[in-house]
Write a protein that binds this ligand. Structure first.
Ligand code: MCN
Ligand code: CUN
Length: 802
């Protein structure tokens, strides 16, 4: 007789939520068996290479493609003139602007796409690209968004120079894109007028780049006979790509198949649509052959979506005890030559209005001006949900500035202003509803973990010792994130609401296949999604195959960015699982000849209430679904769910950093970094920890070294990994992680996103620690990146470098 497994055995077999299940993906990745876009090889495949502008701003006098075309092995050279009859020389951007696919009469940033050479292989294409002769007339360039608004500034966008209204309202200068205001200006101004104390701080959040290990690329294949277009692409949102390609090409979406295979990191860089994709698709349609286009590292760093470039001024009004009364913010946002920012259509500064942070701030007003400059377009959020990094950076900096002005401890000022647990759901002054949070215990845990009083005492002793080479800084960041875009009423891309989806089909043997509208780029969805189904539908995770990224099989979804997969697709998965479970309940009831209400779901089976030996497992039910269902019921066991979330989720954390700074050399050592995260219900603790390590490392990179620098003429100075800082294990500090659990009240399993929190939270924490090292000398802010040279400059300016 079969022995019934114990509860523990059944639970272990399920590998459901809460279990640190090993990543299903890793065996293929660590054995080099991943399948990336550049691994796709098709018979007859050609390769395209871009000809790019050496100038940041120039008129194109002529383009001569004849020598390139005559080169053996070259099949085509596309220029704007070739795209014009197809109306594809410009394309719409996600921000309601247009962007040149291939330069139309002028170039507006260095390395802008000018021509596309298609040849037998990459070498031939690269050689022929050198033979394309472009005659330029250089124009003055402007790379500083403040100077771009000068009356005599060079006009970047001649195509729209006379239009007084853009996608987000009134434009006040040919280089001005929009002004976006939110909050109550009058009330906020009054609070400032009546305040006991006010502080003001300028800060620059430098231009950085997500720099995924795999660059962007695609293989487009048009089948002339069938009229089908297949595109393998490094996209974080394959369904959106399908819709956009359909709009641009007039091919019905039913004949377009977009496949995102394994992706070697996205970090926001793979959200947008780039000219290379359009050119590869056009070339394939024209030539009837598959065309591959893969960027080089420099192309990736200098022409695809950058992040940040926010020039911010923050002001706080408070009383003498440090209780904050109002926040006022102005941002000058450098969007580059075309407004290609990836944000929900209605919010040109994304979710920047989470800027009131973890604090109860009754009045707030924010104004953001978007500006064109002769720099690369983009403006994605690099590991942060739509401008949340910038917002959190600003408020965390401002709270510290206020604390310093009042002489209040930087932890204490947070305790005085935190939202209390009983204030949730909390309506912020900028119109958001924070779903849940419990900030005070998180910070208390963090302070205890690093023994904060002891650290402050050590710092005081060092400061008192004139011979000490080391300045010690302690940084605190108590951030609130906003992830899970989002309710379709406030978030859409090109008019499509930001819902997400899941489809589950249970096979007769009790195993299952599940497909979602999201796409993993390394987050481990194949592992964790199966865990949600395991817990919610009672099918062991090891028996569930999770598929994403193929638009011909996956249900429509908006993709993976903004840590939305768990908050949105995760909810769809839970709800589809519940639908499976409820149908299974009816089948089990039929098999056991009881009413469905008499059954209790118990891990992997239905048990008759009060008669525990009478049960049907999900496996037995799955079999019955295909041969013995109740009268009138459809056969089969499958479910689909499209989930439009009622709200965002608001993960939070308390981070602490202890830095030792050498005042002679500017060298910095991270002594401690403690990160406590709360992402509600935790699906896979090990994956969460991995995500946090990754996000912290990228935060360290941004704070300490990353910057896309441009000279006055618009030349990019950081276009290779020699100049652009990508930390290796050698530079990366040791991370200490911790957690609390405050479930989201509106999410079916209480889960919030986590992947971006460590990035959002760590960057201000590093700056806070850096500034704290110099705070006793009157320093209130230091702009990133905090590399040794810049830190030494600070030391030197204070006269303490020797
Ligand atoms: N998770 C969990 N429990 C939770 C929340 C999340 O176990 N309460 C798990 C999820 O199941 C998932 C992972 O953590 O496997 C991340 O989930 P989530 O926070 O929902 O974020 P997304 O899956 O939507 O991932 C997007 C996010 C973004 S926007 C960037 S940028 C980023 C990041 O993921 N890019 C990454 N992490 C990355 N990790 C890798 N390896 N590569 C990237 O490109
Ligand atoms: Cu915010 S970068 Mo991620 O959204 O892909």
């Amino acid at each position: 007789m079969e022995t019934i497994p114990t509860n523990e055995e059944r639970l272990a077999k399920l590998e459901g939520m809460g279990c640190s299940r090993k990543r299903y993906e890793d065996p293929r990745f660590i054995q080099g068996k991943g399948n990336y876009v550049d691994d796709v090889k098709m018979p007859g495949m050609l390769v395209g290479v871009m000809v790019r502008s050496p100038y940041a701003h120039a008129r194109i006098k002529s383009i001569d493609t004849s020598r390139a075309l005559a080169h053996p092995g070259v099949y085509a050279v596309l220029t704007a003139e070739d795209l014009k009859p197809l109306k594809l020389h410009w394309m719409p951007t996600l921000a309601g602007d247009v962007q040149a696919v291939l330069a139309d009469g002028k170039v507006s940033f260095q390395n802008q796409e000018v021509a596309f050479v298609v040849a037998e292989d990459r070498y031939i294409a690269a050689d022929a690209a050198e033979l394309v002769e472009v005659e330029y007339d250089e124009l003055p360039a402007v790379v500083d968004p403040m100077k771009a608004l000068f009356p005599d500034a060079p006009i970047i966008r001649e195509d729209i120079q006379d239009s007084k209204v853009g996608a987000h309202g009134v434009r006040t200068h040919p280089n001005h894109i929009f002004t976006w205001d939110i909050g109550d200006k009058d009330k906020t101004d009054r609070a400032f007028d009546n305040a006991e104390i006010t502080v003001k701080q300028d800060m620059i959040y430098q231009r950085v780049h997500p720099c995924p290990l795999e660059t962007c690329g695609c293989v487009a294949s048009y089948d002339k006979i069938r009229g089908d277009l297949t595109v393998y692409i490094t996209s974080q949102a394959p369904h959106v790509v399908r819709t956009v390609v359909g709009m641009l090409s007039s091919i019905p979406e039913s004949k377009i198949r977009i496949i995102s295979p394994d992706i070697g990191g996205g970090f926001g860089n793979k959200v947008g649509i780039y000219p290379g994709y359009v050119c590869a698709i056009v070339a394939s349609i024209v030539l009837g052959r598959p065309v591959k286009w893969i960027e080089s590292r420099t192309e990736n760093l200098t022409t695809t979506a950058f992040a940040r470039d926010y020039h911010m001024t923050g002001e706080l009004a408070a009383d003498k005890d440090g209780k904050i009364k109002a926040l006022r913010v102005h941002v000058t946002a450098d969007h580059g030559a075309f407004d290609a920012c990836a944000d929900p259509s209605k919010w040109p500064a994304g979710m920047f209005h989470v800027v009131t942070g973890s604090y109860d701030i009754p009045n707030a007003f924010v104004s953001v001006d978007g500006i064109y400059t002769n720099k690369c377009p983009g403006g994605v959020s690099y590991r942060c949900s739509f401008r949340v990094t910038e917002a959190v950076y600003l408020i965390e900096r401002m709270v510290d500035v206020l604390a310093q002005k009042l002489g209040i401890d930087k932890a204490e000022i947070r305790f005085r202003n935190f939202l209390r647990k009983d204030q949730f759901p909390y309506q912020s002054a900028l119109g958001l509803e924070f779903d849940s949070g419990d900030y005070e215990p998180a910070l208390r845990k963090g302070l205890a973990a690093i023994d904060y009083p002891a650290m402050r005492a050590e710092q005081a002793a060092m400061r008192a010792d004139p011979t000490s080479e080391t300045l010690m800084g302690i940084g605190i960041c108590t951030f609130t994130e906003i992830v899970g875009a989002g309710p379709s009423k406030s978030c859409d891309i090109l008019g499509i609401g930001m819902f997400d989806s899941c489809e589950i089909r249970v096979h007769p043997d009790g195993s299952a296949i599940a497909r979602m509208g999201t796409i993993s780029q390394g987050q481990g969805h194949q592992t964790t999604y199966a865990q949600i189904i395991a817990s919610e539908a009672g099918i062991p995770a090891s028996l569930i195959k999770v598929e994403e990224g193929d638009t011909s099989t996956a249900p429509y979804g908006l993709g993976t960015y903004g840590s939305r997969s768990t908050p949105v697709a995760g909810a769809a998965i839970a709800r589809a699982s519940h639908k499976i479970r409820e149908k299974a309940r009816k089948i089990a009831a039929h098999l056991l000849e009881v009413s469905p209400d008499d059954l209790e779901f118990d891990l992997d089976r239905f048990v008759v209430k009060g008669a525990p030996d009478q049960a049907k497992t999900m496996k037995e039910v799955a079999w019955a679904a295909y041969n013995n269902v109740p009268e009138g019921m459809e056969m089969g066991l499958e479910a689909v769910d499209y989930y439009d979330p009622p709200n965002f989720t608001y993960p939070f954390g308390a981070y602490l950093c202890v830095l030792d700074v050498n005042r002679f050399s500017g060298e910095t050592k991270v002594r401690r970094f403690y990160a406590l995260d709360d992402c509600g219900t935790r699906i896979n603790p090990m994956i969460i920890e991995g995500q946090i390590h990754g996000g912290l490392t990228e935060g360290f990179a941004v704070a300490m070294g990353q910057q896309l620098t441009y000279d006055e003429a618009g030349n990019v100075l950081g276009g290779t990994l020699m100049d652009y800082f990508l930390p290796t294990s050698m530079e990366t500090p040791h991370w200490e992680t911790d957690f609390t659990v405050t479930p989201s009240p509106h999410h079916p399993i209480g889960a919030k996103g986590v992947a971006e929190s460590p990035h959002v939270g760590s960057i201000p924490c590093f700056t806070a620690a850096m500034v704290d090292a110099f705070a006793h000398l009157g320093v209130t802010h230091m702009n990133m990146p905090h590399n040794s040279f810049r830190v030494w400059q600070q030391s030197h300016a204070l006269g303490i470098d020797q």
